[in-house]
Design a protein around this ligand. Structure first.
Ligand code: ZN
Length: 313
């Protein structure tokens, strides 16, 4: 029996999942809990894949923090029993982002949650409020040593520069297939592309959009994704160069919203949903010392793959 199966057999009411792949782990755990066969066909699996399951709430930061209002809203809604699944799940995306007020408020409900509620808290390390730690079952996900990941990637006959890029992007987690494919496609062309993109006129890239739009308007993200599908590789690189110079908060907003927009565009095309899921669970969180440029380039190349051929929602 693997970790997910044993946790699902006797779930704790509050779990703290620590590690670079915590979000991926949480998604699989919830799916297993709602559908032990993880069949990908039943209403639970379908709604989870589309992000529309009424009994799963994913709480991510609004602005710089997860604020007190978000926790209050959650406390209100947690009073009602689940609609379709045996449990009602709240995933707190990054415990580090809880404001102090929000964390204290969360503590109260962690102490005595309704019996049908499960909280899954995600964190990069256990270096968080001890009062939260003490109320959760802690699940530390293993990270693979760099040498072991490298060995596994060598077996895939990837080049040195491709392996270097993947190691940089995943930081201790094994990259999944869409990421490997994206890196395989763009890393070999990267040096040549970098020469070309400097010469692109601005309007090729943005059309009617402006750079600032991306950080404030959700419609702008959708518009960008539509355009991205027909960008040349040099244009993708040029856009990555612009985005990687942004403030980290803005960049995180962009990544979150772009994935949200992609999910909306893809919802009419079930074949695309798996690709969206792979993108969402990749470790895009900006870690300290991350190679931001490389991260954004890979993300945009993968977005372009997923966005090409999508019709209007
Ligand atoms: Zn299922």
């Amino acid at each position: 029996m693997n970790l997910i199966e044993s946790l699902a057999r006797a779930p704790s009411h509050a779990m703290l999942v620590v590690g670079a792949t915590a979000a991926q782990f949480a998604k699989r755990f919830v799916q297993h809990l709602f559908c032990p066969q993880e069949c990908e066909k039943c209403p639970h699996c379908t709604k989870l894949a589309h992000g529309t399951h009424p009994d799963l709430t994913w709480v991510s930061k609004a602005g710089k923090r997860i604020g007190i209002d978000q926790v209050r809203e959650l406390q209100q809604k947690a009073l009602y029993p689940p609609l379709e699944a045996p449990k009602k799940i709240y995933v707190i995306e990054s415990v580090e982002d809880l404001s102090l007020e929000a964390a204290n408020s969360l503590l109260k409900i962690l102490e005595a949650p309704p019996r049908y509620v499960i909280f899954i808290l995600l964190a990069k390390s256990t270096n968080i409020l001890p009062t939260i730690l003490s109320r959760c079952r802690i699940i530390k996900l293993p990270t693979l040593p760099r040498s072991q990941i490298e060995k596994l990637l060598r077996e895939r006959s990837l080049s040195d520069s491709e392996i270097e890029a993947l190691l940089e992007l995943t930081k201790g987690a094994l990259p999944d297939e869409p990421l490997i494919e994206a890196v395989r496609k763009f890393i070999p062309q990267r040096p040549a592309l970098q020469q070309q993109f400097a010469k692109l006129p601005d309007n090729d890239l943005w059309g009617a959009l402006t750079e600032k739009d991306l950080f404030v308007r959700r419609e702008a993200q959708i518009e960008l994704l539509r355009r991205l599908g027909s960008y040349t590789s040099a244009q993708v690189l040029a856009l990555a160069a612009v985005l990687s110079k942004c403030d980290p908060e803005e960049l995180e907003f962009f990544i979150r919203e772009a994935l949200y927009a992609l999910r909306q565009l893809a919802s009419a095309e079930p074949a695309k949903i798996q690709a969206v899921y792979a993108l969402e669970t990749a470790p895009w969180k900006l870690q300290r010392n991350a190679n931001v440029q490389l991260l954004v380039e890979s993300l945009l190349f993968m977005l372009r793959e997923s966005a090409s051929g999508l019709s209007a929602p």
